[in-house]
Design a protein around this ligand. Structure first.
Ligand SMILES: Cc1ncc(COP(=O)(O)O)c(C=O)c1O
Length: 436
């Protein structure tokens, strides 16, 4: 009997049970470990830098719920804010002061934004930002880049057409060709392709949507010349530059990737912003924003419709506000960046000693590592890195209690709860894994 109970709570048993009632056993595909094989861990609880699975195995967590948990799990100030908010009510469907406070906090950290609209997921925010750009410009076509993910709205689930000037094909069944025929998909960091696309379609483009520091093809930065040219072409042709900072926002720096490029490119400014993850601190909360004249195109002021029953949820805004307050403390990002850098330096050192080709990069609390000789510049190059070695490494690390993203095309996240000892333990595990 006790053996039965133990079996019923194993990861494997839970996965089998989940597959009976949830498609693939998961509520978001990457959780199923399809890219790396094996059994997903069913998480029972989390605290600080750690997760515990159904078998009470502890893991050092480098996923952080795919980005939101920048303070680590269960930060006391955030827990207290959420508990207080809960007692006042879960949802009102009416405006609250906390929504204003969160909007003001976001605007203070990203001054290019004058107004924001809060929503419940990054998908919703990306979809709404695209509608806004189309509504505000009166144009339909737009550019996105291969390897950038902007949520799963129909017009964004697209792969490149046969030529650079042709529009895309759906990457999902159920997405009509008609819906994606306005989406042009280009290779990331390719200035020539960008110029060609603007030459051909510039006057019809509503916007260009980009992950400025991409986290969905592992960790790939837009080069400074590429970003500079992108900004100039958007301005020249009247297309909006939409920064999807769902992942990079308040994560690679307090002001997000936007502040990184503003430091590197004089006078640089994006037009529309998409946020998520960190601004909700682990609760369902996202946002999109921009200048007042653009945002005033939204209902109830303007003709672009957008709405949400749970938008600006009072518990989620409490969680997000408490998180933003903590990461705004002086020295927070310097310490987080240094800790993340110590991880990637440690991983690179362990790989060098093991004679394994590995390259790493990081910015703020976000990082990537690749089994390759040089840092990939686009999706094709990321996918050409050594997948078998990645999968072996992933499992060897998991077996040693280190929870990395289960696919080579995902970025990693360090939180301020990760201690120097956690990093040292991770690097030691990597040295063992790389020798294997
Ligand atoms: C850059 C980016 N945009 C949008 C999304 C979609 O966000 P959500 O999963 O909250 O719908 C994600 C999710 O990972 C993302 O990384």
């Amino acid at each position: 009997m006790s053996i039965d109970i133990a079996f019923m709570t194993s990861n494997q048993a839970l996965f089998a049970r989940a597959q009976g009632v949830i498609p693939g056993g998961v509520n978001s595909p990457v959780r199923a470990f399809r890219a790396v094989g094996g059994t997903p861990r069913f998480i029972k609880r989390a605290q600080g830098a750690y997760l515990w699975d159904a078998e009470d195995q502890r893991y050092i967590d480098y996923i952080g719920s795919w980005g939101p948990m920048i303070l680590g799990h269960g930060h006391p100030a955030v827990v207290e804010a959420v508990q207080r908010a809960l007692l006042d009510g879960f949802s009102f469907g009416a405006p609250t002061e906390r929504e204003i406070e969160l909007a003001e906090a976001i605007i203070a950290l990203v001054p290019a934004v004058e107004q924001v609209r809060l929503v419940s997921s990054g998908t919703e925010a990306g979809m709404s930002a695209l509608r806004l750009a189309r509504g505000a410009t009166g144009r339909t076509k737009f550019i996105k880049f291969e390897g950038c993910y902007h949520g799963h709205a129909d017009p964004l689930l697209v792969k490149a057409g046969s030529g650079l000037a042709t529009f895309g094909f759906p990457t999902s069944a159920g997405v009509p060709d008609d819906v994606v025929k306005h989406t042009l998909v280009l290779p990331y960091n390719d200035i020539a392709a960008l110029e060609q696309a603007f030459d051909t379609h510039g006057a019809e483009l509503a916007c260009v949507m980009i992950e400025p520091i991409a986290g969905n093809m592992n960790f790939v930065r837009a080069s400074v010349p590429f970003m500079t040219r992108l900004r100039a072409l958007c301005t020249q042709h009247g297309a909006m530059l939409v920064f999807d900072e769902v992942m990079s926002g308040f994560r690679v720096a307090l002001g997000g990737a936007h502040s990184v490029y503003q430091r590197l490119i004089p006078g640089f400014e994006a037009d529309v912003f998409v946020f998520g993850k960190v601004i909700g601190g682990g609760m369902p909360l996202a946002a999109f924003g921009g200048k007042r004249d653009v945002m005033s195109q939204l209902a109830p002021l303007g003709p672009v419709y957008q709405a949400g029953t749970l938008s600006g949820n009072p518990v989620a805004t409490a969680c997000g506000l408490a998180t933003l307050k903590e990461i705004s403390r002086p020295g927070y990002f310097e310490a987080l960046s240094a800790r993340t850098r110590s991880l990637v330096d440690g991983l690179a050192g362990a790989a060098r000693e093991a004679g394994v080709p590995m390259v790493c990069d990081s910015e703020g609390g976000m990082f990537g590592f690749f089994f390759a000789d040089s840092l990939p510049q686009n999706y094709t190059e990321t996918m050409a890195t050594d997948k078998d070695r990645f999968n072996r490494f992933f499992h060897a690390m998991l077996d040693q209690g280190v929870y990395l993203a289960p696919a080579l095309y995902e970025a990693g996240f360090v939180s301020s709860a990760h201690s120097a000892d956690d990093i040292a333990a991770t690097v030691a595990a990597a040295a063992t894994a790389l020798r294997g």
